[in-house]
Write a protein that binds this ligand. Sequence first.
Ligand code: HEM
Length: 470
Amino acid sequence: MAVDRDDVQALVRSGFGSLGSARYILVRIVDSARAKAWLRGLVPTRASEVGEGRTLDTVLQVAFTRAGLRALGFTAAELESMAPEFLDGMASDARRSHRLGDVGESAPAHWEWGTGAREPHVLLLLLAGPNRIADWASHVERDALANGFFLVTTLASNPAPEDTGPAREPFGFADGLSQPEIDWDAKLRPSARADRAYRSHIAAGEVLLGHRNEYGAIAGDATGPLVQRNGSYLVYRQLAQDVTGFWGWLRAAAGPDGARELAERMVGRSIDGAPLPGLAHGTGPEDFDFQGDPEGFQCPLGAHIRRANPRVGDDPLGPRGILGNLLSTAGLLGTAAGDAVASARFHRLLRRGRPYGRAMTPEQAMRTGAPKTEAGLHFLCLNASLARQFEFVQGAWLISPTFGGLSQEGDPLIGDRSPFPDDRRTDLFRYHDAQGMPRIAQGMDRFVTVRGGAYFFLPGIEGLASITAR
Ligand code: HEM
């Protein structure tokens, strides 16, 4: 069944890349009755308001943590049908933190928000043009504080670029390019033969609860007083990026002239977002996959984008006919590396992040004595299954030092570099240089530190009404 766009918050449909700046207002509920009354008066932007020639001046979205839903009066039993990871929370136990790479400086004990009394109940996400955002955000903040809320913190993104160029994350790379496209009109027939080739079109149930997912099953649970339909789980992590550390390490590892090329191998795209040479089979930034590069000569097997989305269908070797399928089912075709990265379509994330902090060019960041500044990504993503999508991609593909046949290397951008229990290092990066020579970069520093985070539920419009009616 087609998705009712009128019942979905707009963030699912668009990241509003061109719409000025964002404010993330994180609040706790101190007076449940007043907070509910105030929340009932909010008018979140709907997916139906996006596109078709319309431009929006402001966008407001509302999401809740499990603690927020409890504070609004839901009993633990009433929330049981929600995802266990959402109920546990991002920072709830040391094993989860270890899997997500939230260790050392990134451990929840060091977070600026997200735990204890600084665990938010509600996220109010505001987007507006640069002239409007600050006033509007302080107005909403004041209003919330006068109506039963306590402010944990308000975080700001950088303004979107004024030129038509792509948004860039603080290391300087074009960001937000590869995104799955939701099948709003329910046209896909998941698990058909065509699924063996890479596609970016995904079943609505991979992002929205109450819809068919890539397994053909309905995502979420329709029981309980909270309406889950047309809602989505929203992951929010504030990731601080050590920009001078990143470019300083690259300069030391590859020299000032080779730093950019090595950085591009680490990301898996050119700094301006183009596919790496030899991969593109069309003109767009999305016209590529890794089918013709099984050994990682063009795009290293451990590059950030290859870990985050290995771009293979059900079968890493692609379509190969009835006999080939039978041999594959019998385990007579394929490789361990291939199997490890199979079925990427079950692990897609709809990213909605924005950068913050002082921007610096790679040249400025490589200068000796360049000042350390606070910059990073408000990493937000939407998915219907926290376990199978965000936690799997983060833990098994990005953080794990044994991925796709590699070992001793974590994600080159966000890897935590913690050694194995037997002390073997995890700070390597294997790649082939422009001449095709195999190389190993060693001693990578940790470039990204978590400052805070939480799992939210972004309800549909009817879902929001079911929450505030408690
Ligand atoms: C500060 C941390 C991070 C930085 C600087 C960063 C940077 C980038 C860049 C430059 C790209 C390529 C452009 C694009 O397709 O958008 C990219 C792609 C991507 N990143 Fe990240 N990223 C970060 C964290 C994460 C995290 C935490 C996740 C998931 C848990 C993630 C998942 C992805 C995915 C799914 C893609 C698209 C891959 C594809 O389909 O080709 N990233 N990232």
